[in-house]
Design a protein around this ligand. Sequence first.
Ligand SMILES: O=C(O)CCC(=O)C(=O)O
Ligand SMILES: [Mn+2]
Length: 200
Amino acid sequence: MQEKQSIQKIQAPGADLVLLRGFVDTQQSAQLLSCLTQEIDWRQDRIRLFGREHPIPRLQQFQGEPGLHYRYSGLLLETGPWHPLIEQLRRRISALEPADFNCVLLNLYRDGNDSMGWHSDDEPELGPNPVIASLSLGQPRRFLLRHRQHPQQPKIELMLDNGSLLLMRASTQHHWQHALPRTRRTCEPRLNLTFRCIIG
Ligand SMILES: O=C(O)CCC(=O)C(=O)O
Ligand SMILES: [Mn+2]
């Protein structure tokens, strides 16, 4: 079954956000969810926040070209090899968004207790204006954005549906933070793949 496809430009000052719904159809999404949840060596890494170590509230893995590193919250991730299905997705996304996506951070939100706190993807290795292509599979979850310099600016709330691709470009990371909050609603697992480009 082919899901309805749509493209939405999200209006937000200082941001360049585009949401493509139905980028991956329901059949392919089910296949990806089933293969990737089983075949990926998922890890619950520990990060340092405000001087204390915590396990991250989700599972993750980092893949990409050999020898790349990504550092956040005191954690150093080194690339493992591309999973063939992820390599295929990377090619499809690169045909749409011309960026050299050389790595991907995979997040598995097992249920509504799993989440991602407020942050920007502004690590130096991503360069000054990173392009992030974020693919969501499985349980639709709320994704929030808040302005970094003008907190009185209303938050933006997006529902990241199964198969949707969110593109964050240009100065988005300078001016906005994003988060995926916990939810008390019954929740199936969700997979999120953020394709990134590490420079140099
Ligand atoms: O799960 C999501 O939609 C967000 C993931 C994210 O922000 C990240 O991996 O940096
Ligand atoms: Mn992020």
